[in-house]
Ligand binder design. Structure first.
Ligand SMILES: [Zn+2]
Length: 371
């Protein structure tokens, strides 16, 4: 993918950044967190094709072009196909395990992965089966790849509210320490924050963390207005937010979000090719506006990206260097939903590992001045 360079615009940034390009190999080794990734979107094409064949689900096109979308809604259909193709505990385990394996290969050390309990309901797959498989995958991958993961039970706002209530009932009836929160995804125009507020308030009272997709740039300003950010915080009680780009249309909204300090879990790559340049401009503007921003992959396999590729793409396009890469890495730790002790430990580990990388880079520069 070719991306434009916004380096000239970045020179006016208030954010402390350096402009030397960071080698991809170094970014791969930078310890990273991914807080906004959908498990269905992590399915490798070969895995999805194998599962779809087993369950006799037709692919919309050959596997080689499976992840090439006509538009956002075509992408949502493929995402839902992915969800329908995962049915047994072993399927869920494979999906979680492979997601963590792929992310760890990109330098991830902690993940918070969304799954949609509603997607499995039409196939009669009980929540218990989903949970059993996901937990097994997370635990096996933690042993194999030294990468921790938590789970977020996401509600699709495009599906009927009674299935959302059922999903939350299941999460609460079968509490598990790895399922720390609920999320909200799907087309934003299908469910404004007020519609989901009672459900989210119930989740909050039960001690679950809350996040929601909001102000995504595949929606118009009428479908996903900047005021939705305020509503997610005040009506739904969200602890952090996913995306947030349309907020930039409101200076007052940006100011209020900055004062609130809520983290936006942004994604550098989008399913809609024509939106990619705009997405990168938005990300740059959000950082320059002083909003707390983390960098994530959304649907890495289905968007042909990885954490490293996302970091490379965003840093190159925005003219940012190591300082911003480091800032994204540590922001991911601050925004994560690990408990206080685990977060302290992760932060210390990141600071130590980043320090070692910086020492190594400095030593290389000393040995090869001008390199
Ligand atoms: Zn998302």
């Amino acid at each position: 993918m070719t991306v434009p360079s916004f380096a000239a615009a970045a020179e006016g940034a208030a954010t402390p950044v350096t402009f030397a390009p960071v080698p991809e190999a170094l970014l791969r080794r930078l310890p990273k967190v991914d807080l906004h990734m959908h498990l269905s979107g992590t399915l490798r094409p070969a895995t999805l094709a194998a599962l779809a064949e087993r369950y006799e689900l037709p692919l919309p096109r050959p596997v080689g072009r499976l992840y090439q979308y006509r538009d956002f809604y075509d992408f949502i259909d493929v995402l839902r196909l992915g969800a329908q193709a995962v049915r047994t505990a072993a399927d869920f385990e494979r999906m979680a395990y492979e997601a963590i394996e792929d992310a760890a290969g990109s330098g991830a050390r902690h993940l918070e992965m969304s799954f949609n309990p509603q997607y499995a309901m039409p196939m009669g797959v009980p929540y218990r089966v989903q949970l059993e498989g996901l937990v097994a995958g997370v635990e096996a991958a933690r042993r194999d790849f030294d990468c921790s993961a938590l789970l977020i039970a996401a509600i699709d706002r495009g599906l009927p509210l009674d299935s959302a209530e059922q999903a939350l009932d299941d999460v609460l009836a079968q509490r598990h320490e790895l399922v720390v929160g609920i999320g909200l995804d799907g087309p934003e125009r299908a469910g404004p924050p007020a519609k989901l507020a009672p459900l989210f308030q119930r989740a909050g009272r039960a001690g679950l963390k809350r996040t929601a997709h909001v102000c995504e740039d595949n929606q118009t300003l009428a479908e996903a207005p900047p005021s939705n950010v305020h509503d997610c915080l005040t009506l739904m009680g969200c602890d952090r937010l996913d995306h947030g780009y349309n907020l930039l249309a409101s200076d007052d909204g940006v100011r209020r979000a900055r004062e609130h300090g809520v983290y936006f879990c942004t994604c550098g790559i989008t399913s809609v090719t024509r939106n990619r340049e705009r997405r990168l401009h938005s990300l740059q503007a959000m950082v320059q506006a002083g909003l707390p921003v983390t960098l994530n992959t959304d649907d890495p396999a289905m968007f042909h990206t990885s954490l490293t590729h996302t970091y490379v793409t965003v840093l190159d396009a925005c003219g940012w260097g190591w300082a911003q890469a480091r800032a994204f890495s540590l922001a991911g730790v601050e925004a994560c939903w690990l408990d206080d002790a685990a977060k302290r430990e992760l932060r210390a580990r990141f600071e130590r590992d980043i320090g070692l990388l910086e020492q190594e880079a400095a030593a290389t520069r000393d040995r090869h001045p001008g390199a």
